[in-house]
Design a protein around this ligand. Structure first.
Ligand SMILES: CC(C)(COP(=O)(O)OP(=O)(O)OC[C@H]1O[C@@H](n2cnc3c(N)ncnc32)[C@H](O)[C@@H]1OP(=O)(O)O)[C@@H](O)C(=O)NCCC(=O)NCCS
Length: 184
């Protein structure tokens, strides 16, 4: 659950995978009470009309390292069930892309719009992704994160990922951490 203690307190989750009439759609709802504000985060698979919103998140999240439009379209074609989009109040708030490799699942990318951060959006996306990867047979999930990306490292550790190794110069100006989570 995202958060015991604010922000993220009082979170409840529900997941209608498997009961939806649209089995490709993941729908996760987190209700978060912070004072009187209620955030509802829905997660579903990518639709082409999401692309402008995704590109905006990408620019805001990764600046010069932002992936190009074409790469998102390639992922959408290659892993349509593992390209997840989170919405808050009907607007795109974040996305995550996963894939399956011979080592298991891999989180290829994750980004949340700055205005929607620290409200459980990334947590909702990753929980949905982990469920999907487990159902697809992955026994472990891997990712690489910038060594100094404290927000992301906190998030991954909170979900159960552990560092396995450091990859020098993985990024242009930084080493990366390989992190792994066993799916039982
Ligand atoms: C990293 C990122 C995806 C987190 O998204 P988010 O929606 O804000 O994350 P959540 O609200 O689900 O946070 C869950 C946990 O992550 C950690 N966390 C999130 N933001 C944090 C921050 N700024 N500082 C420290 N920890 C943070 C906390 O442990 C938090 O739990 P808590 O709220 O109970 O304390 C977001 O900051 C982002 O898009 N950053 C830029 C892109 C990026 O770095 N992507 C990851 C590439 S590997």
């Amino acid at each position: 659950m995202p958060g015991s203690g604010a922000p993220g307190a009082g979170v409840e989750g529900s997941d209608d995978i498997g009961v939806s009439h649209y089995p490709a759609i993941v729908h996760v709802v987190f209700l978060e009470t912070r004072d009187t504000i209620v955030f509802i985060v829905t997660v579903r698979v990518f639709e082409k009309s999401d692309l402008p919103g995704i590109l905006r998140i990408e620019r805001e999240s990764f600046d010069r390292d932002a992936w190009p439009r074409e790469l998102f379209l390639e992922y959408a074609a290659a892993v349509p069930d593992l390209f997840l989009v989170a919405r808050v109040g009907g607007r795109i708030a974040g996305y995550s892309i996963g894939c399956l490799t011979r080592h298991g699942g891999e989180i290829a990318s994750l980004g949340v719009r700055p205005v929607h951060r620290q409200r459980g959006v990334a947590t909702a996306l990753l929980r949905a992704m982990l469920r999907k990867l487990r159902r697809m047979g992955a026994q472990a999930v891997w990712l690489t994160v910038r060594r100094r990306n404290e927000a992301a490292i906190h998030l991954y550790r909170k979900l159960g990922f552990m560092r396995t190794s450091t990859v020098p110069n993985y990024y242009k100006n930084s080493s990366g951490w390989r992190m792994k989570m066993e799916l039982s």
